[in-house]
Design a protein around this ligand. Sequence first.
Ligand SMILES: Cc1cc2nc3c(=O)[nH]c(=O)nc-3n(C[C@H](O)[C@H](O)[C@H](O)COP(=O)(O)O)c2cc1C
Length: 484
Amino acid sequence: MLKIVIAGLDGCLGSAFIGLSDLFSLAQRRISAALPDDSPGADFCTVTAGVGGRPIQDGAGARHEVETSFEEIAVCDAIIIPSFAPGPEGEVPDMAPLAGAAAWLRRHHSRGALVGGCGSGVFLLGEAGLLDGRRCTTSWWHNEDLKKRYPRADLAWGARLIDDRRVVTAAGPMSWIDVGLYALKALCGAEAGRIAADFTLGDTTPAKGGHGGAYGPAAVSGSADAFLAEAERIVRQADADFNAQGLARALSTSERTLHRRLKLACGESPKSFIDRVRVETARTLLETSAKPVKELAASAGFIDEASFRRAFRRYAGMAPSAYRVWARAKAQDKAQIFSVRKESELIPEILTTIFDTCVNGVTLTDPDLEDAPIVYANKPFQEITGYAPNEILGRNCRFLQGEDRDQEGLQRLREAIRNRQPVEVILRNYRKSGELFYNKLNITPLFDEQGALIYFLGVQYDVTKQVTAEREIGDLRERLQAIA
Ligand SMILES: Cc1cc2nc3c(=O)[nH]c(=O)nc-3n(C[C@H](O)[C@H](O)[C@H](O)COP(=O)(O)O)c2cc1C
């Protein structure tokens, strides 16, 4: 039986703590009535747990019993952290006293549990280190605070719900409904999720990750954060011709003051601030929608596609379509597997396992996508280069050359790729640590039955030892000849 834990923590929102229990028990009744008994989604239970099994006091001072203690939970499939009630200044409470709960969360996540944070409950996931390098969201008015406290979190501005490798984060104190329904769908299957949403919300389309709609009341926290949050909200809702002047006017301040306050609060000029917020919006849209890039550029507030592409590369470090491939692969936690449909049809998982046991790197790049990004890289490629899957997928392989772009093999390589021909070259490449290695790169175009090019297959051998040995032999030979 699947087990879902609702975490009871002092200072949480009582409605979220109680509401989650109600949501799950209503959903369970309906799901078990609607699905056959042997259906895996029909069998789940929920339990409330707290520190030492002691009753908790919510943010409004009301007492709630919990069924068990965190320590008693040996295994579970999901843990949900309700939002915290805001402090007197609207701030999220200090998470340091909850270090024990954070460690408990981390432990269960590493054992395979899905963990979900609602609104300011996301901060506890940050405290647990679970936001490091993960795409996440929280209530928009907490964005600045979250970034300050957990700088390694990859915060998506304006997203409603994000699942990045079993860490689910959602915006808004009432997002416990979204998180609860999402957890049901993830654990019990789409059908159970649909039944739960339909029964609890009267909604046949259960809440999905999506953009926008997360704007709440006026900013509530400290003044620098409130200023930034308000500036961000204005930029998100503005048209494409909106500029620094417009932002100053909307914030009832002068351009000079705007410049000074933004520099102080986030170190950015008004123009870069506006571009960054728009790029953040675009990232969320790329992750959550199938909109074509042109349409998406307009929705994110860019005047045209070219300026969008420029800004996107500057802030996200890759082309928009490459980002889409990368984000999808990352969300599936299958970085070493294939990220779009045609790949999974072409090479099933069994072959992935075989490639992972090779000593050489194996990569596939997709020539149909902008800048031909890597859509597959086996484990040895990650080991040779030192880069993690999320730093490889979605990028053109040239990133391994660093600044060393004047290489004789490159011209031959470009020509072969242009003519869709196989080629072998030795290139100077650089590992993530900056160390040089010689990469004997073998490229083969792959065609489908109709003769259309579908991928380039790359096989990478680290030949540093051979190249260095040959160099030494060459040097020795020269010296011997000189003596002779
Ligand atoms: C399948 C494939 C794998 C590649 N692997 C590498 C690689 O491991 N290292 C590298 O420096 N370039 C690699 N490249 C080459 C670059 O992606 C790129 O084609 C090359 O730098 C020339 O193009 P550019 O002038 O646009 O950079 C690979 C190309 C393909 C098609």
